[in-house]
Design a protein. Structure first.
Lengths: 248, 362
């Protein structure tokens, strides 16, 4: 990997970085003040040279992490340079020309970027914690103040549980969604859940609770393995292991 | 509710008092913003210097929080003294406040200027409402917000796997940038949960600090124009900045994207507060050189605070800011033949250098 793919990823889907480079060149030719030239022209140009320099990339790769090399581009004052250059041009124009240029710049910059809220990961907040309400209700149901409990959650809830409660521990966490493997999570992940294997793995890890989606097909009854369904929260069933030392 | 209001006062009035002695006397009208933002940076810098050694030697959250409270009170008292004594002296001798009076008021009276300010306020309001009422599912929150949530009482810091809650050995590299611990102190002070503080309070704080900095930058960029009665330049600049932030979703790596979706994470604070704060401080430094004036000593204090805060936000932060500061000062040395600046710049880089050394060793 070299710096060019990282730069392309940083540019993303829009043209804003292209407009930034155009503004940079415009300032290179037109900016007269030395202090502004240093901040908005010389330093960014040197930064770009450093970014695309293979030696610099190699040093960064050895010392730190190549995947975060793109953060060097944060040092480019993209937003302020674009804003500064557009307003400067507006100042030089008069009357209708100024208004037309300002409006054109607004439209161009808007369509060249992408609305930051236009992402499938945004949703209406269900509570003040900005955590799914089902997670909040399940955590409130199984939480024991001052004591840590261990609960196996379905993969879609892994991100949120420990953001909301620090006393609920999990036998596996977000790392299984990245690169690590957990057989317990693997068993819970399938549409058809092997109850015998699930109970065996959960008991081996001293899980006090198992949270299962009601949409899953179970190969047997959880009750046959000393589990008791204590609550249904939305689409999820909360099972408690009555054989656990915790409840003896 | 009272706790929330007190916490809000703690992140507004408190930093404002701490930053007051650092504000340039020329910054007429902008002193309040400058004092608040840079005061907060000083407090963050103090938190880093205090918390990292304590975490590394195994102190728990309660000890770090208590020590930070003492340091905050000490900084508050020092800042009050540093503000009051010169003021009393000036009053006694009858000198002015030192404002050079070149800048116009923030809000012009012309209809176009007011319309632009209203447009900017509307965009800002939309962003604030989105921060309050829209939730974003970010994977990294499972790490950083979980750290904030588990920071309670006697619990050891950075010795627990945030994803699962199991104990582990010291996670040294993350411990070098303990921004989530500061968020935990804010959460405790406000009485809100760690998740609510991270997802509601922090986005508002970071958003307002970011726009505050852009307002200061815009004011400085267009100050000579406002002299000519072109008061519309600053609100127009801010409207463009707000639009660029709103349409900054072109890449998941852009600072604007970080500002909107990951405001509670140190990386977002680095990209949107600390880096613009450094740019603004460099503008002040270069302006002093342009006018062939002496660089004020308080500017070096400000730079020291910015460089130190960068380490609190991200273990890479100090490295990035050293590059920017080094390049800017190098260019300034060549353009203005003021080679002594290098010495000052090196001193401000002390903490990032120590943190970088620890990063390599641990």
């Amino acid at each position: 990997m070299n710096a060019l793919p990282l730069f392309r990823e940083y540019m993303g889907v829009g043209l804003l970085i292209i407009w930034y480079l155009v503004a940079l060149l415009h300032l290179f030719w037109t900016e007269k003040r030395k202090d502004r030239r240093i901040l908005f022209v010389y330093v960014p140009l040197i930064l770009l040279v450093l970014f695309f320099n293979p030696l610099c990339f190699l040093i960064f790769q050895r010392l730190l992490d190549e995947e975060i090399f793109y953060r060097m581009l944060w040092l480019l004052p993209v937003t302020m340079t674009l804003g500064y250059d557009v307003v400067r041009i507006c100042q030089e124009l008069q009357g209708k020309k100024r208004v037309t240029f300002g409006a054109a710049a607004v439209i161009l910059l808007t369509i060249s970027g992408r609305l930051v809220y236009d992402s499938p990961y945004f949703s209406k907040a269900e509570n003040i914690h900005h955590v799914p309400q089902e997670v909040v209700e399940i955590c409130d149901c199984i939480e024991v103040p001052g004591i840590e409990v261990l609960a196996a959650f379905p993969p879609e809830m892994l991100h949120f549980v420990r953001q909301y409660s620090s006393t609920i521990c999990m036998p596996y966490g977000r790392e299984v969604l990245l690169d690590e493997f957990s057989e317990l999570e693997f068993v819970m992940h399938y549409q058809q859940v092997d109850v015998a294997r699930l109970a065996e793995l959960a008991k081996a890890q001293n899980c006090h609770y198992i949270i299962l989606s009601a949409q899953k097909e179970l190969t047997g009854r959880m009750e046959d393995y000393d589990y008791e369904m204590i609550k249904r929260v939305g689409d999820y069933l909360v099972y408690r292991d009555n054989s656990s030392d915790f409840y003896q | 509710m009272i706790k929330i209001l007190l916490a809000c006062a703690g992140i507004t009035i408190f930093p404002w008092v701490v930053g007051r002695p650092l504000a340039p006397s020329r910054e007429r009208g902008g002193r309040l913003l400058f004092s608040w933002i840079y005061g907060q940076l000083v407090l963050w810098a103090a938190f880093l210097v205090l918390s990292v050694p304590m975490i590394l030697i195994g102190k728990n959250y309660a000890q770090v929080r208590t020590a930070y409270a003492y340091v905050c009170v000490a900084l508050f008292v020092i800042a009050c003294g540093a503000t009051l004594f010169p003021w009393l002296r000036r009053r006694k001798t009858g000198e002015g406040a030192g404002a050079d009076g070149k800048m116009e008021p923030w809000f012009g009276k012309k209809r176009w200027t007011q319309a632009l300010w209203i447009a900017f306020a509307c965009i800002l309001l939309v962003q604030v409402l989105c921060a309050l009422f829209l939730a974003y599912e970010d994977g990294d929150d499972a790490y950083y917000v979980a750290i904030t949530t588990y920071c309670q009482g006697e619990k050891p810091l950075y010795r627990i796997i945030p994803y699962t809650g199991f104990t582990t050995e010291l996670q040294a590299r993350h411990a070098l940038a303990p921004f989530p611990v500061w968020v935990a102190i804010l959460a405790e002070a406000s009485g809100l949960s760690g998740a609510a503080t991270s997802h509601v309070m922090m986005p508002l704080l970071v958003l307002l600090m970011t726009y505050g900095l852009y307002a200061l930058i815009g004011r400085r960029l267009f100050q000579t124009q406002t002299e000519q009665g072109k008061g519309w330049t600053l609100p127009l600049f801010l409207c463009f900045v707000a639009l660029l932030i709103m349409f900054g979703g072109y890449s998941i790596y852009s600072p604007e994207n970080f500002l909107v979706v990951r405001a509670a994470q140190g990386k977002a604070v680095l990209a949107n507060v600390v880096i613009p704060a450094l740019v603004y401080a460099m503008m002040l430094l270069l302006e002093a050189l342009e006018k062939q004036e002496k660089v004020p000593s308080r500017l070096w204090v400000v730079l020291f605070a910015i460089m130190t805060t960068s380490c609190l936000c991200s273990s890479l932060g100090g490295f990035l800011l050293c590059i920017f500061l080094g390049l800017t000062v190098f260019c300034a040395c060549i353009c203005y033949h003021r080679w002594k600046l290098m010495v000052g710049a090196c001193v401000t880089m002390l903490v990032p250098m120590v943190v970088a050394a620890l990063y390599m060793i641990l």
